[in-house]
Write a protein that binds this ligand. Structure first.
Ligand SMILES: Nc1ncnc2c1ncn2[C@@H]1O[C@H](COP(=O)(O)OP(=O)(O)O)[C@@H](O)[C@H]1O
Ligand SMILES: [Mg+2]
Length: 168
């Protein structure tokens, strides 16, 4: 059993002719900020999409806290701890900031009163509390980016998702 937050073993992704990710072994500890640097087409996005369970690896294994992510079957317990912010940060323009975040919080199965507390936490983190009742279409681009970030970190360190971390 490993103590790592994220571990991959021999993780590879082969598209038709393109080997996008080639036998990657990642060892990422809790609390670590980990960066992938490489030229266009190096495989960064493909690797992250596999970690976010939206791209199936061709070969190799992914573990979160020692628990294997199984691409071929639902992983609700693991997936509710994952946040992924793609670079095109899609948003729903006709929702308010609050309704948008609440929608995702519900997808993460957060229940009241934890859900509202968590939404205020992430809104405070990105300094959008005063905009919580505004339509997303009225936000500046920077605010939209911050809102997307808030949505991404909803599962992080919330009370109900704390159980994935090992107790020491
Ligand atoms: N869905 C796909 N089908 C075929 N090839 C893909 C697909 N997604 C990515 N690739 C290819 O995989 C390689 C890695 O792409 P990507 O992971 O997006 O790189 P990066 O994010 O590092 O710029 C590229 O050659 C790209 O064309
Ligand atoms: Mg990319």
């Amino acid at each position: 059993m490993t103590d790592l937050a994220i571990e991959t073993r021999d993780l590879s992704k082969q598209f038709d002719r393109q080997l996008a990710v080639n036998e990657v072994d990642l060892n990422i500890n809790y609390g670590e900020v980990y960066g992938l640097i490489g030229p266009n087409g190096a495989g960064k996005t493909t690797l992250i999409r596999m970690l976010a369970a939206i791209e199936e690896p061709t070969t190799g294994e992914i573990y979160f806290n020692g628990e294997r992510l199984r691409p071929d079957r639902p992983n609700p317990n693991l997936q509710r701890h994952l946040g992924y912010l793609p670079d095109d940060f899609p948003l729903y323009d006709d929702l308010t900031v609050w309704d948008y975040l609440e929608y995702f919080a519900r997808l993460y199965h957060l229940r009241e009163p934890t859900r509202s507390r968590r939404l205020f936490d992430v809104l405070e983190l990105v300094q959008l509390v005063p905009k919580r009742n505004s339509l997303i279409s009225t936000l500046s681009r920077g605010m939209k980016q911050r809102l997307s970030l808030a949505r991404t970190v909803i599962p992080a360190s919330s009370t109900e998702s704390a159980s994935l971390k090992p107790s020491r």
